[in-house]
Every structure is written in C-alpha cells, then in structure tokens.
Write a protein that binds this ligand. Structure first.
Ligand code: FAD
Length: 472
C-alpha cells in the first residue's frame, strides 16, 4: 500500500511544540512534509498609506524563525521545504508532485490570510484533496467558550468574567520525536531567502533589545523569564516600565509568529505558581494574555470592521491625513520627548513597550487629530510582534471606535511621561541630546525659562514642537 502523505503548511505557527497541525497530520498519515512559503504579497507589498507591509525587523525575525524551524526538523531526521511564491500555487504543486492527501494548517481569521486559504481549499477540492484546519493561536478553544464567537461580549471585563473562572485551558499537545519523516525523496528542498531578497538592507541593532526569531529563542525566553530570573512574581509592579528586558515578558514577538504557544506559557505559569506561589503579578500575566484572546475574538466577530476607520462601533471618529504632521510623529520629531523617544525606539528596534504604544497612539489620534489608520499601518509595518487583531483592536480601542467602555479616554502625555519616566532615563537613552537638560525640564524642554538654544539643543533635537493646546 502507498504511504499516506500529508503536508503541514506552517503559517503563523512557526514551532514544533504544541502544534495541532503536526499532531493531527501525524495521526492521519505516514509521511509528513513540512512546508513554509514566503508569499511576496506579504513580504514585498505596501500598505494603503505606502509603508512596507512587512518591514525589515519582522522580515528578519521571520527568516530567523524559518532557519530555526528547519534546523530543528533536520535534527529530528526531517527537513523544511521552502518555497517563494503564492502559497495556493506552491502548495498545490507539492501536493501533486508527492501525491499528498491532505494539507494541515492553522486556520487564519483575518481577510488577507483567509483569501489565501480559501483559494487553496478550492484548488484542493477540485483535485479531490482536503485542506484541514487546526487551531493554536489562542489560550482558549472557541468550542470551549460559553458563547458562540458571534456573541462574544464586546467589553473585555464581561468577557473575562465569563471565562476566566469557568473555562479550563487545555494542555499543550505532546508531539513525539518519531512523528517526523525522512524527506530524502524530495530533491528541491528550496533555499531560505535573504533580507535583501525582500528589498531591505541588512541592519544591526545597537540600542534597545535585539530580538532573535525562532522557537529555540522563544523557549530560552520562557526559561529566562520563569526560572532564571523568576520575574512573574513582580510583573504587575514592573509592567509599565519602559527600559530593559525584564519589565515585561517580551513574549509577544514570539507569540505573533507562533514560535511560542500561549498554552505553553500558561502551563509554565501554573507550574511556576505551584512552585513559587501565586500573587497578583502571576495572575496579571494570564490577565494580559486574555486581552490577546479577546482581541482575536473581536476580529473573528467583527471581521473586517476592525480594519475600518469607523471600527467596530461603526462611528466615524474624524481624523485628517496630514502627511507632514504624521511624518513628525512617525520619525520621532514632534519635539515632545516622551513621544519621540518611543517612536525612535520603534524605528530603531521594531519594538515598543505597551505604555509607549498607548501614549503615542493616543497622541497621534487625540492630540494631532490624525486618522488612526495611518498610525495602525505604521505599526503594522514596523512591529516585530505585529498581529492583526491585537494591533487593530488596540488602535480601535484608543481611537474610541472599539471596546473601551470609558468614553473619550485621553492620555495626558506630560503627566504620563513624568509618572512613568520620572527621571527621564528612558528619553535620555533614546535622545542623548537631552542629557544636557536639568531633570525637571527633560520632558518639556520647550517650556523652560531658558531658551532651548542655551542648551544647544537645536542641532540635535527639538526643532518642531508640535503645537497642541491639549497635550499639556
Ligand atoms: C496601539 C497598540 C498596538 C498594539 N499592537 C500590538 C500588536 O500588533 N501585537 C501584539 O502582540 N500586541 C500589541 N499591542 C499590545 C501590547 O502593547 C503588546 O502585546 C506588549 O507591549 C508586548 O510586550 P510583552 O510581550 O512584554 O507584554 P507583557 O506585558 O509581558 O504581556 C504579556 C502578553 O500579553 C499580551 N498582551 C499584553 N497587553 C496586550 C494588549 N493590550 N493587547 C493584546 N495583547 C496584549 C501579549 O501577548 C503579551 O506578550 C498593542 C498595544 C497598543 C496600545
């Protein structure tokens, strides 16, 4: 009898642990062909406002994740087949060449990803083959929730109260090493592209955190966070800080590409609690992961509405498309140090803290009066941890067209800066020119009695203090 062959198509689930697609493929078939396809529509196109859809930081992170995945599969006697092209075509070629009966993959829920999987599914059907979907992005399984996705509560607190105490989180899948197959019969394994192939220059990160892609790094971060540093016990106290590796988990970059499973984090959290005790802080890590599930459910429930200016509330929030003003924000040249330092961090590393994101987003929308979609697309381009539901969900929320039960939430940037960066260490780190200023003026150099020129700042900073009567 011919062996039964399956393709496992890796998408945003670039890991071997807790991978339902691999688990199900191993039950259905004798031979598993793991495949990743670099889709030029994702790596080489532009957003509506003209930013690269996948900026250099995320592109590099994904390349690293693919190298790591390939190495892990090779160490288990298998390999990763790599293609560049439209997944719906490349995968069909492999199905035909190797007489595969099924493709197993993670089901995506946002439009562009759904279009690809729908096209592939259609081709598979017309060829008498089947695309099988699995899950693995969330902590919860939608089937376990006490409501259908379309009835998910629109406010986070209601959602949380309906699930957190009642719905158990499933255990991660155990996937034995002998699941994988020798792929010597495939001659063309395919080359992993370089960053330059996607039109980006190679870069190095000199300041801030240089995140490395891949499941191995993700598992190292789990060990570092939980065991080496035992950081969960103080997460709630540190999570609003701005500088360094330890103030928050930093899991988001690996979660976004699926190098890390949320269920595995939860499993480790529970083990940590049973070993070192639970407290507000350990709970709060779970609480934040619930936000991630919540935004994904909002994406499933409201579909494309999260990507529209009117958001899930269907209300026009206004907002102009002033390119010059937007550019000052995007390049970190507003003259308002707290905003600029955060944007410089994003531009130089592909990461920004949660506190920073809330402030720069609020400032763009509420103070500068810019269309929030411009900011959301800019984040989409640059963030390593970009995730459609978390990014657009949070922008909806901050722009007043999302799930915020508090109408017109407004961040006073100066008081936020003084509260979360009291000595200005964060802004001095990213804008060294501000070192010259006395601490009490570091957040608002334009408000000093002395003129900016007394401190010789103009050359290096502050030429464009954006006027806004509200930001003070
Ligand atoms: C405007 C804006 C855009 C954002 N865009 C993204 C995005 O594209 N991708 C993304 O993963 N997060 C996004 N966030 C949420 C949050 O800022 C990041 O998840 C967090 O800063 C990542 O750092 P961390 O892993 O150290 O988080 P931690 O503080 O350690 O939190 C643990 C985990 O909980 C989840 N989480 C925490 N806060 C949120 C939140 N507000 N929404 C959803 N999940 C959350 C993340 O998975 C995170 O890894 C955005 C927030 C804002 C305000």
């Amino acid at each position: 009898m011919n062996p039964k062959v399956s393709i496992v198509w890796f998408r945003n689930d670039l890991r071997l642990h807790d991978n339902e697609a691999i688990y199900e493929a191993s039950i259905a078939s004798d031979v598993i062909i793991p495949v990743y396809v670099f889709d030029p529509r994702v790596f080489m196109s532009f957003t509506k406002f003209g930013f690269p859809k996948t900026g250099k930081y995320r592109a590099q992170f994904i390349i690293e994740s693919i190298i790591d995945l390939k190495t892990s599969l090779q160490s288990k006697g298998s390999d990763l087949i790599v293609r560049i092209g439209n997944p719906e075509d490349e995968l069909m070629n492999l199905v035909k060449d190797h007489k595969a009966s099924w493709i197993f993959c993670n089901r995506e829920r946002t439009q562009e990803e759904v279009d690809v999987q729908d096209a592939l599914e259609k081709s598979m059907w017309s060829f008498g083959r089947e695309l099988r979907y699995s899950r693995g992005k969330m902590l919860y399984y939608t089937a376990d929730l006490p409501f259908p996705v379309t009835h998910t509560p629109d406010t986070f607190t209601t959602f949380r109260k309906e699930v957190e105490k009642f719905i158990p989180i499933r255990k991660p899948f155990e996937i034995p090493d002998d699941t994988y197959s020798n792929l010597d019969f495939i001659e063309e394994k395919g080359e992993i592209p370089y960053l330059e192939d996607f039109g980006h220059e190679p870069f190095t990160i000199d300041k801030g955190i240089a995140f490395a892609g891949g499941e191995s790094e993700a598992l190292r971060q789990l060990d570092y966070y939980f065991d080496e540093k035992k950081l969960p016990s103080r997460y709630k106290k540190t999570r609003n800080q701005l500088l360094g590796r330890d103030y928050s988990t930093k899991f988001s970059v690996w979660l976004a590409q699926g190098c890390l499973s949320p269920k595995l984090i939860y499993d480790r959290l529970k083990k940590y609690e049973s070993q070192y005790g639970s407290n507000d802080s350990t709970y709060w890590i779970f609480f934040e992961l619930l936000w991630r599930d919540f935004f994904r459910l909002m994406g499933k429930k409201h579909l494309n509405q999260i990507f529209k200016k009117e958001g899930i509330l269907h209300e026009d929030p206004g907002g102009k498309e002033d390119q010059d003003l937007f550019n000052l924000w995007a390049t970190g040249k507003t003259g308002i140090p707290f905003i600029d330092a955060n944007m410089i961090e994003l531009n130089e590393t592909g990461f920004m803290s949660n506190r920073g994101r809330q402030n720069v987003a609020s400032f763009l929308v509420k103070d500068l009066g810019i269309n929030w979609l411009m900011g959301a697309e800019y984040f989409e381009s640059l963030l390593i941890d970009y995730d459609p539901c978390s990014n657009y969900g949070n922008w909806n929320y901050i722009s007043g067209v999302g799930n915020d039960p508090r109408d017109s939430r407004y961040f006073n940037i100066l008081s936020q800066a003084r509260r979360y960066d009291p000595k200005g260490a964060f802004i001095k780190y990213w804008i060294p020119a501000l070192d010259r200023l006395p601490d009490n003026h570091v957040h608002a150099p334009d408000l000093m009695d002395a003129t900016i020129s007394d401190f010789n700042l103009e050359k290096d900073y502050v030429s464009n203090v954006v006027s806004s009567d509200r930001w003070l």
